[in-house]
Design a protein around this ligand. Structure first.
Ligand code: F6R
Ligand code: MG
Ligand code: MG
Length: 367
């Protein structure tokens, strides 16, 4: 059966700042999909990561389907009503447009979708990240799909040795989708040269060269490109098919043990390490650290199993301790140098005003 997995996520309000959605808000979104999705979707699952609610759906309607996207959009509108009534912070924050126009791309919510012929057993992973940008997945995806140091399957499994096709988007280009397709192993250096720059070049999808089947999809939404100003970090979602023709689950998870530095954290304007956390975890230290959660499923005839929480294991306690240490070390750096994002990525315009006001007071000494 050809099925589509669609994950659509948005921040539509949270408790105590940017920490987590209220129970009532979360239940409103969940109930909306349960009530209005019947006949349209095969199955769904909702979770939150920090202040973001994600709706994962399976259906047979293909990618960018207007009815599926409208279902999620309307669920977020219903949630926003509750968020406003409860006085939650940032109610409706990621819903940047007033009227729905075909699909949620360019409207604020993040979306990642994959359409494929379901294998007899079809395991996949659903990632959600908060307080960071889509480029946060660049390094983990590169290591998983392109580096045999991380993924022995690239050497051991004949279906994987043929490599993968990376579709990479230039997210700073706003007039349309500016993309490039590059292949492993021959384009490894070109891929690395682009993925180095998390702000600008973002993996949109990865496809198997052996079967032509989709392997991974990442949301590429940059909220500031839509709103014309910073309205919060993009907080990306991703889907990855695993095992057999694709990397093993452990090969996809392994790169997150690094706790690599990404853009995000406090006021979306810092470099902080990415912490792997359990599903439905809140935000904490320094509006972060930037976090990622991962739910593993099998899907059969469009029906999901219950999720396995990939980062709920003692191994990741050790990683979390390391990431906490890295966070504190970076925060000891204050505003200096690499602690903060480059000028163009800061979430606030205040610093522009400060610099403008001083610019007028600078003088050039006469020789
Ligand atoms: C991302 C997130 C941050 C905030 C940003 C704005 O989930 O919460 O990117 O959106 O720090 O915060 P306020 O609205 O307090 O200025
Ligand atoms: Mg937020
Ligand atoms: Mg968020």
């Amino acid at each position: 059966m050809k099925i589509t997995l669609s994950v659509i996520k948005a921040d539509i309000g949270s408790i105590g700042g940017h920490i987590k959605p209220s129970g009532r808000l979360f239940k409103t979104v969940q109930d909306y999909i349960a009530t209005n999705g019947s006949g349209l979707i095969k199955d769904f699952y909702t979770s939150y990561t920090g202040d973001d609610i994600a709706i994962l759906m399976s259906h047979t309607r293909g990618k960018l389907d207007s009815k599926i996207h409208k279902l999620a959009w309307d669920a977020f509108l219903a949630g926003t009503d509750v968020a406003r009534k409860q006085g939650l912070y940032g109610a409706g924050q990621d819903l940047l447009k007033d009227t729905f126009s075909g699909n949620v791309r360019g409207m604020g919510p993040a979306v990642a979708e994959m359409q494929f012929n379901e294998r007899p057993n079809e395991p996949f992973l659903f990632f959600a990240a908060d307080k960071t940008e889509p480029g946060a997945y660049n390094l983990p995806m590169y290591l998983t799909f392109a580096d045999p140091m991380n993924t022995p399957g690239l050497l051991l499994q004949p279906n994987l040795t043929k490599g993968f096709k990376f579709t990479i988007m230039d997210v700073s280009y706003t007039k349309g989708d500016r993309v490039i397709e590059l292949k492993t192993p021959e384009d490894l250096y070109n891929i690395a040269a682009l993925l180095r720059d998390n702000d600008r070049y973002v993996i949109e999808s990865i496809t198997s060269r052996d079967s032509g089947e989709p392997a991974a999809a990442v949301s590429t939404t940059r909220l500031h490109n839509i709103a014309g100003k910073y309205t919060g970090k993009d907080d990306p979602v991703a889907l990855v098919r695993v095992q057999h023709d694709f990397p093993a689950t452990g090969e996809v998870l392994a790169p997150y043990a690094r706790g690599h530095f990404v853009g995000g954290g406090m006021r979306g304007s810092h470099h902080m390490p990415l912490m792997p956390l359990k599903i439905n975890s809140p935000t904490s230290y320094f509006d972060g650290p930037p976090m990622v959660s991962c739910a593993a499923f099998c899907v059969h005839n469009g029906k999901f199993t219950e999720p396995a929480d990939c980062f709920d294991h003692p191994f990741w306690d050790h990683v979390r301790d390391k990431v906490a240490r890295k966070s504190i070390e970076m925060r000891e750096q204050g505003f200096s140098g690499p602690a903060m994002l480059p000028f163009t990525e800061l979430e606030y315009g205040g610093i522009v005003k400060i610099l403008d006001s001083m610019n007028k007071k600078f003088t050039v000494r006469k020789k």
